[in-house]
Ligand binder design. Structure first.
Ligand code: MTE
Ligand code: MO
Length: 386
């Protein structure tokens, strides 16, 4: 690993972001790198993590974090069938199934309806140490899903709402001893109550600009408080049905396999990936004079945060400060001034506690979680102080 190289890359990233600020990003909160300041290298961070960036996959390098909302061209991106290109002129969102009046909405139709917005930070459920690059935050604008569903008249027996993206691919679908090769669209679902709740949006704008192709242009579902996978991009169909939807990306890929104590007995349970688990990590450290400024990211499902703490080496947990711009469904930033850091290698870790008393688990606490999704363990960073 080459620290010099790392540092230059990080500096360049920081400066690029800084110039965006000058161009008028209004929510500039964190100072760009001051003269003489330096970004502290994370020793466990693989330097080649972005060496061969795929055109349809982008990680957000949190060491360059300098703004509360992620600029649209830095928002992380990932998906299963690549990025389809949709034409705004012919785009339609079709709503059908158990509704009294099935309808197709153009983008112009959607933009004419009353709109809502939400500051929402989310991560892919596969986001984890050491890079933690599958997370971003920003403002989403669109039509409340509940209003859209009401406008087509959901029938009382419609208990499950299915969302399909325009992206599709060949899937080998197994049923008992049979295998079928079928072309399927990306599909997810939600229960009626969740779909009719106040928060979900059928979004057409990010940070007051149209969605990028990566983000699901022209329209995506936004489900504040839930993992990335719920936020169906290139949204083309909404289907109301009676029974649970068990498509590949709903029932098979996005599930967590873990041992849980039930009535005093360990049982191996499998559950769907839905709301964000309580999580935090140290995202960026800069040396400014004698102080090391630590900035971290918290993600959760919108439950109020009680506290976040930072621990250096084997020292005591120290309280960190929550950023003033944090809101219910945004990512929450925190700040900690590390004074008296001595040259050499150290560890630094953060831990968040919410208002219900839930504490971010340690790696040890998660030892009965077999699959790697929803990995919200405390992340011990190794840093080099010069
Ligand atoms: N249509 C469609 N929507 C999708 C996906 C997909 O493969 N197809 N992937 C999901 C997953 S797993 C994640 S983490 C988020 C990523 O959203 P982003 O690329 O805007 O960051 O999109 C979700 N929405
Ligand atoms: Mo994801």
């Amino acid at each position: 690993m080459n620290d010099q190289h790392t540092r230059r890359e990080v500096l360049r990233g920081g400066l690029a972001a800084a110039s965006l600020g000058v161009l008028g990003v209004p929510d500039w909160v964190l100072p760009a790198l001051a003269q003489g300041a330096a970004v502290v290298p994370f020793l466990e961070f693989p330097e080649n993590f972005n060496a061969t960036p795929a055109p349809d996959r982008r990680l957000f390098d949190s060491r360059t974090l300098t703004s509360f909302t992620t600029p649209r061209d830095q928002f992380f991106t990932t998906q299963h069938y690549g990025h389809p290109v949709l034409d705004e002129a012919t785009y339609k969102l079709q709503i059908s199934g158990l509704v009294t009046g099935p309808k197709a909405f153009t983008l112009a139709d959607l933009k004419k309806m009353p709109k809502g917005d939400v500051m929402f930070g989310f991560e892919c459920s596969g986001n984890r140490a050491p890079v933690q690059g599958l997370a971003s935050n920003g403002k989403w604008t669109g039509v409340p899903l509940a209003a859209l569903l009401k406008s087509v008249g959901l029938k009382p027996e419609a208990r499950e709402i299915v969302f399909l993206g325009a992206d599709h691919g060949p899937e080998e679908v197994e049923w008992r001893t049979q295998k079928y090769n079928l072309d399927q669209q990306f599909g997810r679902s939600m229960q009626r109550d969740k779909a009719l709740s106040a928060e979900p949006l059928v979004a057409y704008a990010y940070n007051d600009e149209p969605l990028t192709r990566h983000q699901g242009f022209p329209v995506r579902l936004i489900v504040p408080g839930w993992y990335g996978v719920a936020n169906v991009k290139w949204l083309s169909d909404i289907i109301a049905q009676q029974d649970p939807y068990v498509g590949k990306y709903q029932a098979r890929w996005y599930r967590t396999v873990k041992g849980e104590m039930v009535n005093g007995e360990m049982k191996w349970m499998e559950s769907a990936v839905t709301h964000l688990q309580l999580k935090s990590w140290v995202a960026r450290i800069t040396k400014e004079g004698a102080t090391h400024k630590v900035t971290g990211i918290i993600l959760n499902d919108g439950t109020a945060i009680k506290s976040v703490e930072v621990k250096v080496d084997d020292g005591p947990w120290q309280p960190a400060t929550l950023d003033k711009q944090n809101s219910k469904y945004s990512w929450k930033l925190f700040h900690y001034d590390w004074n008296g850091a001595t040259p050499g290698e150290h560890t630094i870790v953060s831990r968040v506690t919410d208002a219900t008393g839930a504490v971010q688990p340690t790696e040890k606490d998660l030892e009965n979680k077999k699959s790697f999704l929803e990995h919200n363990a405390q992340h011990v960073r190794r840093v080099m102080i010069s």
